[in-house]
Design a protein around this ligand. Structure first.
Ligand code: CS2
Length: 488
C-alpha cells in the first residue's frame, strides 16, 4: 500500500504523523526547491506548528525536474522522515507540504500561487548556484543564461530571481503586500545575497519596478543546519519495511537540527520558535560559524576523502589522519577567524560536529558534498583564507583543501579513473586542466585565474598561491592519504 492520507491509519502506532487535520491547513508559504534538505528541515519545523498555526501550509515547487512531484503527488504530499544515529532510527510522517508544482511544466501555475494574498512567505533552497550570482562578489551574474533568458521573457521565468520578481510585480499590480523572501541556502548573509540579486534583476527589468522591489521586498538571513544525505534504494526498502507503506521518496537525516532566523518579516511569520527555531536580530555570526566550521570541514573532507578512496564522511573522519587534520583545521585555522554568536560555546559546537561527521548510520557520500565546488569554495574556505592572510597567519590546511579541489576537478582520480565532476563550471574547469596537464606548477596558477572563484586578490598573493601550489605538488607526488598523514 502506498503512503497517502487514507493510509495513515495503517501506520504502526509508534510512528509519528500529523497531529492536525490536514484539510484545515491553508497555503501560507511557497517554497522554491523542494529537495530532500527542505523536507528534512523547514518542512519539519512547519509540520510541528501547523496544529496551532494552520495558515502556514507549504506549496512546494521544483524549478527543474518533476521527480519530487511525481513521488509526492500520489502520496497527498506526505513523506517519511527517518532520523538515524548510533541509537537507532525514529520514523515520522510529515504533512506540511500540501502540493508540489513543477515550474518548467507550468510557470503560470506557480506565479499564480505566489501571487495569492494568503501566501506571505516565499522560501528557497535552490542551492548556491540557484541565485545566479557571481560566487566571488555576490552580485547578480548578468550574463547567466537563465538571467538573460528571464530578462527577455519576464512573464514566463525559469530562475528563482525571475519568479520572485515577476510574482512581486503581479502582487503590486493587484494591490497585495509583498511576501517575505526567506532564503535557506548555505551562503554567508544569504538574505543579503538574495536581496542583491532580486533588486538588481528588478532594476534590469524596469527601473520603476526596481525601486519598488528595493524599497519593499524583505529578505531576512537564516542559518540552516541538518545533514541530509541523498536517499538510496536501500533506504526506500528499509523504510517501507518499517512502516508497512511504500514511499517513493522518503528522506533520511540525523537527529541534530538548527535554524536561526533574522526576525524581519513583511506580513507575519509562523511560530517556528515553538518548534525550536531561534529568531535573532543578527544571523551573521551563526552563519559564519556554521559555514566555516561545518561546511568548510565537509568540503575539506569531500575532496581529500574522495581522492583517498573514502566513500562517506563517516569513513573519512574515522581515519586518524583525517580526524587530526579536521580537528586542526577547525581549532587552529577557522576558530580564530570567528565572531562567536552570543551565548554560543564553540568548543562544544566543534565536539558535536565531530560526532555528527562520525554518524555511521548516515551514508553521506564525499562525492555528494564535492558537487558544485566552484560555488562553495568562496564562503567555505576562501573567506577564511582572506581573514587568515590579513592576520598574517598560516593557511596550510586551508591550502590543502583548495589544492584537493583542484586535483578533484581534473576529473581523473589517483588510480586514473574518471571522476564524475558535477559543477556548473565543470566544462571550463576540465578544459583548463586538460590544456595544462598534471603539473602542479602550471595547474595551480591556471585554476587560480578563475576569477568567479578566487577573485582578483588571491591569485596575486604569494602567501596564498605558494601554499596551494606546494599542496597540489604533494597531492600529485604522494596521493591524498599520505598528504593528509604528513599534514600537521
Ligand atoms: C554539505 C551540506 O552538501 C554539502 O555541501 O556540506 O549540505 C551540509 O550537509 C549541510 O549544510 C548541513 O547543514
Amino acid at each position: 500500500m502506498r503512503l497517502n492520507d487514507a493510509a495513515l491509519s495503517a501506520l504502526p502506532a509508534s510512528i509519528r504523523r500529523p497531529s492536525y487535520d490536514r484539510r484545515s491547513v491553508t497555503a501560507g508559504i511557497v517554497h522554491l526547491g523542494i529537495g530532500a534538505f527542505h523536507r528534512a528541515h523547514q518542512a519539519v519545523y512547519t509540520d510541528d506548528i501547523l496544529r496551532h498555526d494552520p495558515g502556514w501550509g507549504i506549496v512546494g515547487a521544483s524549478l527543474r525536474s518533476a521527480g519530487t512531484r511525481d513521488a509526492l503527488g500520489p502520496q497527498d504530499g506526505l513523506y517519511t522522515l527517518a532520523v538515524r544515529s548510533g541509537e537507532g532510527e525514529a520514523l515520522r510522517v510529515v504533512g506540511s507540504i500540501g502540493q508540489v508544482l513543477v515550474a518548467p511544466e507550468d510557470p503560470q501555475a506557480l506565479l499564480a500561487r505566489m501571487s495569492e494574498p494568503r501566501v506571505r512567505i516565499v522560501s528557497l533552497t535552490v542551492t548556491e548556484k540557484g541565485y545566479c550570482h557571481d560566487p566571488a562578489t555576490g552580485e547578480l551574474n548578468e550574463d547567466h543564461p537563465d538571467i538573460v533568458r528571464d530578462l527577455a521573457n519576464p512573464s514566463a521565468p525559469a530562475s528563482a530571481p525571475g519568479f520572485i520578481v515577476e510574482a512581486l510585480r503581479r502582487r503590486r499590480e493587484a494591490g497585495i503586500a509583498p511576501f517575505t523572501v526567506l532564503t535557506c541556502d548555505n551562503l554567508p548573509s544569504n538574505g543579503r545575497v538574495a536581496k542583491k540579486v532580486i533588486d538588481r534583476f528588478a532594476h534590469l527589468r524596469d527601473p520603476d519596478l526596481g525601486a519598488y522591489v528595493e524599497a519593499e521586498a524583505l529578505c531576512p538571513s537564516t542559518m540552516v543546519d541538518r545533514i541530509v544525505p541523498a536517499t538510496t534504494e536501500s533506504d526506500r526498502a528499509e523504510i517501507a519495511a518499517a512502516t508497512g507503506l511504500s514511499d517513493a521518496w522518503p528522506v533520511v537525516t540525523e537527529p541534530f537540527t538548527q535554524w536561526v532566523i533574522e526576525d524581519r518579516f513583511a506580513v507575519g511569520r509562523p511560530t517556528w520558535d515553538e518548534a525550536g527555531a531561534e529568531f535573532v536580530a543578527d544571523v551573521e555570526p551563526y552563519e559564519h560559524m556554521k559555514l566555516r566550521l561545518l561546511n568548510g570541514s565537509h568540503s575539506l573532507m569531500a575532496y581529500l576523502g574522495y581522492l583517498a578512496g573514502f566513500e562517506t564522511i563517516a569513513e573519512t573522519i574515522a581515519d586518524p589522519g583525517f580526524a587530526r587534520l579536521v580537528g586542526g583545521f577547525m581549532d587552529e585555522e577557522v576558530t580564530p577567524t570567528l565572531a562567536v554568536p552570543p551565548g554560543a560555546d564553540v568548543t562544544a559546537y566543534k565536539r558535536a560536529l565531530l560526532e555528527r561527521f562520525g554518524n555511521l548510520a548516515l551514508k553521506h557520500r564525499t562525492w555528494q558534498i564535492a558537487m558544485d565546488g566552484s560555488q562553495k569554495l568562496p564562503q567555505r574556505l576562501l573567506a577564511t583564507v582572506r581573514d587568515r592572510l590579513k592576520a598574517g597567519a598560516p593557511i596550510d590546511r586551508l591550502a590543502l583543501g583548495v589544492a584537493a579541489w583542484m586535483r578533484y576537478v581534473t576529473g581523473v582520480d589517483e588510480a586514473g579513473h574518471e571522476i564524475d565532476v558535477r559543477d556548473p563550471m565543470a566544462a571550463r574547469l576540465r578544459e583548463i586542466t586538460r590544456s595544462v596537464g598534471p603539473d602542479a606548477d602550471r595547474l595551480a596558477p591556471a585554476l587560480l585565474r578563475v576569477r568567479e572563484v578566487f577573485g582578483s586578490d588571491l591569485p596575486a598573493d604569494p602567501h596564498f598561491t605558494g601554499p596551494v601550489t606546494a599542496a597540489l605538488k604533494r597531492l600529485y607526488a604522494d596521493g591524498a592519504k599520505r598528504a593528509v598523514e604528513a599534514s600537521l
